[in-house]
Design a protein around this ligand. Structure first.
Ligand code: GLC
Length: 580
């Protein structure tokens, strides 16, 4: 069992296990009848994620709706768009001042006061459930804010809490550890240790100096965070985005990334949370190469996460667009299909973080990674994109910031919107649960708000964290870019919901021998759908046979039909089914 492997060598292990088991039984006994009913209706498992109707939406509560009551009032908008899975970015009480967008949590059992209260959070969960939607929350399990009560107690000299963190005594030890680590924020927060005079030592801080990494070699930390998960599940939260799962375990002499114990921790949390809330899902945020992400699903006998960010496929979408070549997408899709059937992918075009190109290794050459990095940063002559370079990780190339609309050239280039529609058409067709990043549904541009300048000057990722433009959203009935995009996503969501071939457990498999710029993959086997996507600025005439599609075809998106020949306009994606 995972907990024995993690902590079995420690004195008092059996008594500690008894204590954990009491803790879990306590929460299980308290689970509210309506949540038990929901677990039952979902078949007591994470399988509900696989339904083709599931569509995610990720957003900052304040930027989207002001606060939690405001968010509840906006649910009809999400329902109209087809959303079923709401992922508000971190909303638990953060430290004051800079908090890495809420990822520096000062109190896991309270809500950020400007957003509302714990009661508002429970009300949000209830409101979503009434709409048939789910609530996924970030649990920043790798670190706490330096202002969290545990960190404060550690600084006040309490040895129990000092042991909740990694405190290194000497500069020599720090230097030895640093030699193997890769900076996550080399530009904005270089180094992985922060000196604390009160602790007379260096605290391990993988991210910013105010984000103190938790010490999971200490079983008390495991149990504390388990209790946080169960507390949130008790409020009605349907799933957790487990932040920075690759970093949970530290080992001197390694990069302290993806160590085997990270997986044991997830297996143990998974098993214990399932005993209380069997339909609550775990989402891995492991922004790694595909081969390193796949293990976060765990084995069938020892499951870990039910869903994981498909960041390699996401980067491949952009690489295929920038290179006008379907190869990157084809290769990454083939690798992504190796996931277990019980788990699924979280597919996305953009999120609140920078676009990291190294996720494309080893499928896309370093030279091509450099090309797309420069292209989407707008640095290349003739580029339609208006992103910005962020920072260079390890040996890689600069990552890229920017809203999808600006990366696609919406508003600057007549084909900009077609590109954005293409990316979402593919994202909604590959296997998994597609998530819309707030604002993409109305082609919202980069954030240049004056009041956000101070944030932007510290962290370039705020370029793609704008406020929702409700005036543009209100005009979604008219014929501008915003309304075309909104209607496109509605169409895709509706088609998905009505088409069993889009079930998340049916892999997206590259098919046919299409021209170089065209990606062609099938969903759901011979009776399913073939998605054909043209990543180039030129129209392509090909055949159903080359695409691996039925000869007498119906394009579910446009309603067009054809025999044999298939024309794809620049940046067009078609969802081809057999014409009956
Ligand atoms: C995750 C978040 C990112 C944050 C980091 C540290 O990667 O997505 O926004 O900066 O964790 O918490």
């Amino acid at each position: 069992m995972a907990l024995d492997r993690l902590y079995g060598h420690l004195p008092g292990h059996d008594a500690w296990l008894d204590e954990v088991s009491r803790q879990v039984r306590g929460w299980a006994a308290r689970r509210r009848p309506e949540l038990r009913a929901l677990d039952g209706a979902r078949g007591g498992s994470a399988a509900w994620l696989q339904a083709p109707r599931q569509i995610g939406y990720s957003f900052y509560v304040d930027r989207f709706a002001g606060d939690l009551p405001g968010l509840i009032r906006r649910l009809p908008y999400l329902r109209e768009l087809g959303v079923t899975y709401a992922h508000p970015l971190p909303l638990l009480r953060a430290r004051d001042g800079d908090s890495d967008g809420g990822f520096a949590v000062a109190d896991f059992r309270n809500v950020e006061p400007a957003l509302g209260t714990v009661a508002d959070l429970a009300a949000l969960a209830d409101a979503l459930h009434r709409e048939g939607m789910a609530l996924i929350l970030d649990v920043v399990c790798n670190h706490t804010a330096a202002e969290h009560a545990w960190a404060k107690a550690a600084r006040a000299g309490d040895p129990t809490f000092r042991d909740y963190y990694h405190v290194i005594r000497t500069r020599a030890e720090v230097e030895a550890l640093e030699a193997d680590l890769i900076d996550v924020f080399p530009g904005t927060a270089p180094g992985s240790f922060t000196w604390s005079p009160e602790l007379d030592g260096w605290v391990w801080t993988t991210f910013h100096d105010y984000q103190w990494d938790l010490n999971y070699a200490n079983p008390a930390v495991f149990a504390e965070m388990l209790d946080v998960l169960l507390f949130l599940a008790d409020l009605g939260v349907d799933g957790f985005r487990l932040d920075s799962t690759a970093f949970l375990w530290k080992r001197a002499g390694t990069a302290s990334r993806n160590e085997p114990e990270c997986h044991l921790i997830l297996q143990a949390w998974r098993a214990l949370v399932s005993m209380v809330a069997p339909s609550v899902v775990f989402k891995a945020e492991a922004i790694e190469r595909m081969e390193t992400v796949l293990p976060f699903f765990g084995a069938d006998a020892a499951p870990e996460c039910d869903i994981a960010y498909s960041n390699g496929v996401m980067a491949a979408l952009w690489a295929s667009l920038g290179l006008e070549r379907a190869g990157p997408m084809r290769d990454l899709l083939a690798e992504a299909s190796e996931k277990p059937a019980r788990a699924t992918w979280l597919n996305y075009v953009r999120c609140h973080d920078d676009l990291i190109w190294s996720a494309l290794s080893p499928h896309v050459s370093a030279a091509d990674q450099r090309r797309v990095s420069g292209f989407f940063s707008g640095a290349e002559p003739g580029s339609y994109a208006a992103g910005a370079p962020f920072q260079t990780l390890g040996e890689g190339v600069p990552s890229t910031n920017g809203m999808a609309a600006d990366l696609c050239g919406v508003g600057r280039d007549p084909k900009g919107l077609d590109r954005l529609m293409l990316l979402y058409s593919v994202c909604f067709a590959i296997d998994g649960l597609p998530a819309i990043y707030m604002g993409d549904e109305i082609a919202l541009p980069n954030n240049h708000a004056l009041e956000d300048r101070p944030l932007l000057s510290v962290d370039g990722r705020w370029l793609h964290r704008p406020r929702m433009d409700w005036a543009a959203a209100e005009r979604r009935g008219s014929s501008q870019a915003a309304s075309r995009m909104f209607r496109h996503l509605q169409t895709l969501a509706g088609l998905r919901a009505a088409t069993p071939a889009f079930r998340g457990d049916l892999p997206a498999l590259p098919v046919g021998r299409p021209p170089e710029s065209v990606l062609s993959f099938s969903r759901g086997g011979p009776d399913g759908v073939v998605c054909a996507a043209n990543f180039s600025a030129r129209s392509v005439t090909t055949t159903a046979a080359e695409l691996g599609a039925p000869s007498g075809w119906l394009d579910l998106i446009t309603g067009e039909v054809g025999d044999g020949e298939v024309m794809l306009a620049p940046y067009q994606a078609r969802w081809l089914a057999e014409r009956r």
